[in-house]
Design a protein around this ligand. Structure first.
Ligand code: MN
Ligand code: MN
Length: 315
């Protein structure tokens, strides 16, 4: 009998029933005593094209019901080493993006008063900025692994400084990032100018465009990132639109020519051993995801990120 919370198993309660938490873990009211807290940020008022990510956390939790505790390739056994629970959703103000950003930071400031690693389900990518504000208060400027079709470094969108296409410019400007330890992976598509991805290279970011990765294993890239990151704190932000729309159609701003699901798994698995202080998985839009596949991929990638957290051993 483990001393840690376990996901509710399919032999104890049918998988289509039981609690609606991530992996049917126990729900918790606070992060007291937790090593890992799954959090939902049900927000889509920062999106610029298709909305719907407000339903993301609920759909990811629903698809996570089929996940079992052990990773059958890496043999990771997260629930033998970490006390995990789902602490529910941030009560965003769906009528006010700026107030929602303040509410997210307040929630994470409180959460990070405990020694817990947040695993966040989005929600649109705006949410990474308020989380990074809290993370940097606790850990200082962090290394960032940003997997996305988009750079999300617009100076503004429709005149607004805060939106889902601006968080990493704001994070850079505010000193939340260790700019020489920032990797943007999977960028592609069309831009407003041909230099759109170059400005951040000038800030020190490493930018790996999707075309460089076509038809390749991502294990060598993961090894390179690991070597460059060293022992310092690292935050992982994973936009589901980094994947090709063939694998993850349910998202707001899809771009063709993206990563495959196995490439995403290779990348995450190859990052085991880093000093990861938080992760998010964003931009799942269930109204555009009729099969549920996008939320299923998202739930699995969150699980893969759980499996590489510090302290997780093999079963
Ligand atoms: Mn994004
Ligand atoms: Mn994106």
């Amino acid at each position: 009998m483990s001393r840690f919370n376990q996901p509710l198993g399919g032999n104890d309660m049918p998988r289509f029933a039981g609690p609606g938490t991530f992996m049917r873990l126990p729900a918790a009211q606070t992060a007291e005593g937790l090593d890992v807290a799954f959090v939902g940020v049900p927000m889509d008022i920062g999106t610029s094209w298709r909305p719907g990510t407000r339903f993301g956390p609920k759909a990811i939790r629903a698809e996570s019901a089929m996940l079992r505790p052990y990773n059958m390739w890496t043999r990771a056994a997260p629930f033998e080493a970490l006390q995990c629970a789902d602490i529910g959703d941030v009560a965003i103000n769906t009528f006010d993006l700026k107030d929602s950003v303040r509410r997210i930071t307040a929630f994470f400031d409180d959460l990070l008063g405990h020694s817990v690693t947040p695993m966040t389900m989005g929600g649109d990518h705006t949410l990474s900025l308020p989380i990074l504000r809290s993370i940097a208060k606790k850990h200082g400027p962090v290394g960032l692994i940003h997997v996305d079709a988009h750079a999300d470094i617009n100076p503004h969108m429709f005149g607004e400084a805060i939106a889902h296409g601006t968080p990493f410019r704001r994070a850079y400007e505010e000193g939340l990032l260790d700019a020489n330890r920032v990797w943007q992976i999977g960028l592609r598509g069309t831009g407003y100018t041909a230099e759109d991805f170059d400005e951040a290279r000038g800030w020190g970011f490493q930018v790996v465009q999707a075309e460089e990765l076509w038809l390749q294993s991502l294990s060598p890239l993961a090894a390179k990132i690991k070597a460059a990151m060293g022992d310092g704190p690292v935050y992982i932000t994973f936009d589901i639109d980094s994947l090709d729309p063939a694998y993850a159609p349910g998202t707001g701003t899809p771009e063709i020519g993206g990563l495959t699901t196995p490439q995403a798994m290779e990348l995450i698995r190859g990052l085991a051993g880093l000093n990861i202080v938080g992760c998010d998985l964003v931009e799942v839009s269930p109204p555009y995801d009729p099969s549920g596949n996008t939320a299923l991929v998202a739930a699995n990638l969150l699980y893969e990120m759980l499996c590489i957290l510090p302290g997780v051993g093999k079963g």
